[in-house]
Design a binder for this molecule. Structure first.
Ligand code: TRP
Ligand code: ZN
Length: 866
């Protein structure tokens, strides 16, 4: 197979500095599909135009295509008039313009990579980003070649009654032998990664949206008929997103229709194809019975994300894939803003930061670290990362903090206006922000180039007599692969000083720019001893070390006027308490217990915030703070603190549980907050080991009128040694075995269990009849979740490592993209003890030695060995 290669062969590296403009432009393409799952033919008619003077032939990318015919200006070419090597079709052309036509054959049913045209549950659909279009037809598969698409497709009418593509349907009719056809035209020039086609037996939830200039847009969410009742939330989110982008960014939708299709087999979350978004069904389908509050929130976030891409991604696209964060970082930032506007801003921000710390900080600290704008890649699919997406979003957020919201909006207006219809770069974005505001973002640009999470040290010295305080800030950026030397970054830190006694801000919040290796800031006229509150709202994606004692952290967790900073102080207090225990230092749980007690009792706080603030940091987050991770010791120390919190505050947890119970299901920020607090309280009640805890969990599990409460109870039961555990798991399975998305939860809850026998359980689940390695959601629910379960994955025997490596190899033969995304946990080998490290390395070496490894897995495994 063309995309496979042995580890011995050197896979080619693509470098950012090698970018050259395309030799040939492609203003028009006409595609004709004869669709059939077994054998589909694709006729492509390309209008090619020479881009400036050169002697280069036309080069078209292909991947796994069976080439049947090549035509040039209406004449069929003989073999020899063109060349095909390494899946690249080369056709010498004279003159400035030509019509080139190819006919190829593909087999959607055999496409297990889920890139290109494939079949999912009887639906034919496409996924072209990043380089999937070449698996459909020969084409210059790069994002800076923009074309107008005209698409004709024909398929069996009974099996594929609905035929969709980008733009508008301009004609349709019946063909021969029970077939029918449709013709679609998209007036907006687009790169081929935004092409999409769907054919299937689908039903639509239809609605409409009137834009602020009065244009009516027909909306449709296409799913299997039986799933229609689960599309209401996604439709509401779509309409909210459309209105939000008009209100907040002044961006209007630009076609008469907008279609979303949900499919069950999908490599990522969703795809922003022009006017035909294709979604992983888990980000569309929801009702109270089968989806949690977190699922509902994720659906709204992803629907918004894909919709927002219509401007940040489609109208202005990327020049090359190194610029990926231009559309992804900006669009994640936009969807985060949208989500924050739906409920509590602080809780949304806590969620963003939690995600960044769980996924991006470890990436930035490991062998796969790369800048937000990478310098090179072997396989671009490996760069759809937390760094490009989430750190990329933080960069945009910093620009907004530096410019202020008004100038930021001027900057985004200028960016959209200046680059509309173009393939742009990250540099273009920053320049537009500068031009609109007059700000100098020269040093800020380093954030795009330098990998690694900067470490800021902050020390506040108070001189009581002079009524002044000096804040000493310094920064270091850790070395990362290919980047030993770093320059100081421009780090925006929102900072305030609080009075140690009054708890009030005595120096109001202001933006401090740390630009040097070290810097001093003087505060005068202080009447009270100050306490430092820094990186408020998490303005910069850095770690801050300010050696505050537990007393000060507890103080901030109770008094800081920035709710995010309160959360942050509490987290730091908890992490330090756990690390003290792991390191064998004397541990005092009292400050954490006191801080949690106070937070639980604070009537001014909303419940969702309280719930987030009192959750202990995860075992892997604690591990990430340590030079050498001892997973067993971390587990023990964290459980000891959890048990102590449970016992010492037994009455408080029961009160919180009682106060958040008994309300009928409703989807609102307040009701969500109550459910969240209820789940957290139940977890602590269970950790206390009280006799009535199993009964309480079972009652919640059985009596729940929504999946949030039911899954929370199942999680507590799945973590327990109670005899009720098995019955609950069996009951959940029996109830939901026919609902794939809910069954994913059943697998995931067990893969994430803190029980001692989780490895054994996970090995058994891999042999369960409902497990499937072909379906990415199911694979991630079991194997992906297991890789994130620090203690179970790092079981001293090494069984966890072997299990994961076996799956990476098996999955690689089916779906390399998804296989490669399972690999990062093995790359952490440097952070573990010698025995574990050696076993992890051995698995990476075993993977690399496998024959026919994909370049996706090759890149991740070889870089992980470093
Ligand atoms: N552009 C998509 C998004 O962020 C991501 C995506 C969907 C993707 N499917 C993919 C990326 C397949 C690579 C391969 O919204
Ligand atoms: Zn995106």
């Amino acid at each position: 197979m063309s995309d496979m290669q042995s580890a011995a062969a050197t896979p080619s590296v693509t470098r950012r500095e090698d970018y050259r403009p395309p030799d040939w432009l492609l203003p028009e393409i006409a595609l004709d599909f004869q669709l059939d799952p077994v054998r589909t033919t694709v006729r492509a008619r390309l209008t090619v135009v020479r881009n400036e003077a050169h002697d280069e032939p036309l080069r078209l990318d292909g991947d796994g295509l069976k080439l049947l015919e090549v035509w040039h200006n209406g004449k069929r070419l003989e073999e020899g008039d063109w060349q095909l090597d390494n899946d690249r079709l080369t056709i010498p052309l004279e003159g400035g313009e030509a019509i080139v036509e190819t006919l190829v054959e593909i087999a959607p049913e055999k496409n297990s990579q889920l890139m290109g045209l494939y079949a999912s549950g009887g639906i034919l659909c496409t996924q072209c980003e990043a380089e999937g279009f070449r698996r459909i037809t020969f084409f210059p598969d790069r994002p800076d070649v923009l074309s107008r698409y005209s698409v004709r497709m024909e398929a069996d009418r009974d099996r594929f009654p609905v035929l969709l593509s980008n733009g508008e349907c301009i004609e349709s009719g019946d063909g021969e032998d029970g077939r029918h056809w449709a013709r679609w035209y998209d007036p907006w020039p687009k790169p081929c990664y935004l092409f999409a086609l769907v054919a299937g037996d689908l039903a639509a939830n239809r609605d409409s949206f009137t834009t602020r200039s009065g244009k009516e847009v027909a909306l449709a969410i296409w799913v299997r008929e039986a799933d229609l009742p689960k599309t209401g939330h996604a439709m509401a989110a779509l309409k909210d997103s459309m209105a939000w982008d008009e209100r907040v960014y002044g961006r209007e939708y630009d076609l008469d229709q907008f279609n979303i299709v949900a499919v069950s087999d999908f490599n990522f979350g969703a795809m922003e194809n022009k006017s035909l978004n294709i979604f992983n069904s888990r980000y569309i389908l929801a009702d109270a019975e089968t989806a949690t509050d977190a699922d509902f929130d994720a659906i709204a976030g992803v629907v918004a994300h894909e919709y927002f891409h219509n401007w940040s991604g489609n109208r202005v696209t990327c020049r090359d894939w190194f610029q990926l964060s231009l559309k992804e970082g900006f669009t994640v930032f936009r969807d985060q803003q949208f989500s924050a506007d739906q409920g509590s801003e602080a809780v949304a921000r806590i969620g963003d930061v939690r995600m960044l710390r769980a996924a991006q900080f470890p990436e930035d600290a490991g062998p796969l670290a790369h800048p937000v704008r990478p310098e090179s890649y072997i396989e671009i699919s490996n760069f759809y990362t937390a760094t490009v997406y989430n750190k990329g979003a933080e960069l945009i957020r910093m620009v907004q903090a530096i410019l202020g919201p008004e100038d930021f909006r001027k900057g985004s207006d200028l960016y959209f206006e200046r680059h509309d219809g173009e393939a742009a770069t990250c540099e273009d974005f920053v320049t537009a922000m500068e031009d609109a505001s007059g700000a100098d973002l020269g040093q800020f640009r380093l954030w795009y180039r330098q990998a690694g999470t900067p470490k800021v040290t902050a020390r506040l010295d108070h001189d009581a007599e002079g009524a002044r305080a000096v804040l000493t800030l310094s920064q270091t950026v850790p070395a990362t692969p290919d980047q030993a030397e770093k320059r100081p970054m421009a780090i925006p830190l929102k900072t305030a000083l609080l009075g140690e006694k009054s708890g009030r801000p005595i120096v109001p919040e202001r933006l401090v720019m740390l630009e040097e290796e070290s810097q001093e800031i003087v505060f005068d006229g202080l009447t009270e001893r100050p306490v430092l509150s820094i990186n408020r709202h998490f303005t910069a994606p850095v770690t801050v070390e300010s050696n505050k004692d537990p007393k000060t952290l507890a103080f901030l967790s109770a008094h800081d006027d920035d709710p995010f900073a309160r959360y942050e102080a509490m987290q730091q207090l908890m992490v330090e308490t756990i690390i003290d225990a792991v390191s064998g230092r004397q541990t005092d749980h009292a400050p954490v217990i006191e801080a949690v007690r106070r937070t639980l009792a604070d009537g001014d706080l909303d419940k969702a915030f309280i719930a987030e603030a009192v959750i202990l940091p995860s075992e892997s987050f604690v591990g990430d703070q340590m030079l050498v991770v001892d997973p067993e010791a971390i587990h023990k120390a964290r459980e000891a603190l959890r048990g102590d919190l449970a016992r010492s505050l037994a009455e408080d947890w029961r009160a919180a549980y009682a106060a958040s119970s008994g309300n009928a299901y409703e989807y609102s920020p307040a009701a969500k907050g109550l459910r969240r607090l209820r789940a957290v309280a139940l977890g602590y009640i269970a950790a206390d080991g009280a006799d009535d805890a199993p009964g309480l969990a079972v009652r919640q599990f059985e009596g729940a009128d929504n999946m949030t409460d039911r899954q929370a109870a199942l999680g507590v039961l799945a973590n327990s040694d109670w005899p009720e555990r098995i019955a609950a798991l069996d009951d959940f399975y029996a109830r939901y075995r026919d609902d794939a998305l809910v069954l994913d939860k059943w697998f995931m809850v067990q893969a994430m269990s803190i029980r001692d026998d989780t490895v054994t359980a996970v090995e058994a689940l891999a042999a369960h009849p409902d497990f499937s390695i072909e379906n990415p959601n199911r694979l991630r629910s079991l194997v992906g979740a297991f890789g994130g379960n620090q203690r179970a994955f790092h079981t001293a025997s090494g069984r966890g490592y072997r299990f994961l490596a076996d799956f990476i190899l098996k999955a690689d033969a089916i779906n390399p993209q998804t296989a490669a995304r399972l690999l990062p946990p093995l790359g952490k080998w440097r952070r573990f003890d010698e025995q574990r490290g050696a076993m992890m390395r051995a698995e990476l070496e075993r993977i690399l030695a496998a024959p026919d490894l994909s370049k996706d897995v090759f890149e991740q495994a070889s870089k992980s060995l470093g």
